[in-house]
Design a binder for this molecule. Sequence first.
Ligand SMILES: Cc1ncc(COP(=O)(O)O)c(C=O)c1O
Length: 376
Amino acid sequence: MVIYLDNAATSYPKPTAVASAIQNALEVATSPGRSLHKLARNATLIVQEARQKIAALLGCTEESIVLTYGCTDALNMAIKGILREGDHVVTTALEHNSVLRPLRRLSKQGIIKLSIVDFDEQGYVSASKIANHLTPQTKLIAVTAASNVLGTVQPVAEIAELAQKSKVLLLVDAAQALGTVKLSLEGIDLLACGGHKGLLGPTGTGFLYVATKTKLNCWREGGTGSDSLSALQPEEMPYHLEAGTPNVLGLAGLAAAIDYLLERTVSDIAKHELRLTELLLEGLAKLPKVKVYGNRFDRRIATVSLSVHGYSSEEVAAILDESFQIAVRGGLHCAPLVHQQLGTTEQGLVRVSFGPFNKVDDVEALLAALLEISQC
Ligand SMILES: Cc1ncc(COP(=O)(O)O)c(C=O)c1O
């Protein structure tokens, strides 16, 4: 049996109800909104239910939830839907490539100007540093709610206050936060998330929250199953941004996953995962050849990055996989600027990330394996 400690990539295993919900959807549902037969109606209900559950989890209206195929999809939709020629954007060195790449392309094409704010020694960005970069042309602040490398939870509420005060839109990448971190939507205009990490749903699911007052150009255009005579994409939200057949099977699984999450409770899962993280950090402190990055017990999620002296991160990940059946991730984690600032671009970092189904035994097995590797 593999010990899975790569939940920041995608959560595994999924709650058992997820597989049953997908199996059921396979049997009773087809494509929603297009046809009126029962199989199509069932699909429409599945999509509606997933949207309702996401909206209830976030505390917003259903019209604000645009269903997407993942967090990358949602971030592209937000960034490309909101920015226009001459806009200025402030983002941070903690961001994932799904924020950095679309922004850098627009910047390279001369469409926008981009400022990138660095993080402090503990792995946090600050509202005051972001404020220093705002200009009259700043349209958007794009910030991650939690670093996918360092596990640090960012001061989103303070940044939201700054954005509101400065009349700048705020886009939050919640890929690593939702499911364990409680986020208030106050002051947030756009929030992107996948359904397959902390929300425990299947891959290929996600959403973009769009505040009622925020207007986005549609990034993907096509069939919505409604208003077919209209030459252009319907204006009505969320369909304005939702063209094409949705991932009905995935959304069925996501709705079941959210039920599990709410039953077990977000705070119970967070408490469990953070206890494992604390045990790991305590154990790692006793291994002289292991260095932990962004180490802090508070304001964090259950993601820890480390290096082992004398090894590249990929070597450590491969040894853990092959000799100890422990799955972690080595490398750069699609967050190149984090490594640039930490000076870890060459070696990469070994990332360990816990999920709701990990146990204390998993932490002990990892610590024993790292001790053995570091003694070789
Ligand atoms: C912080 C962050 N943002 C965005 C993404 C992209 O998410 P998805 O795989 O759902 O497209 C990830 C995935 O690893 C992430 O960690």
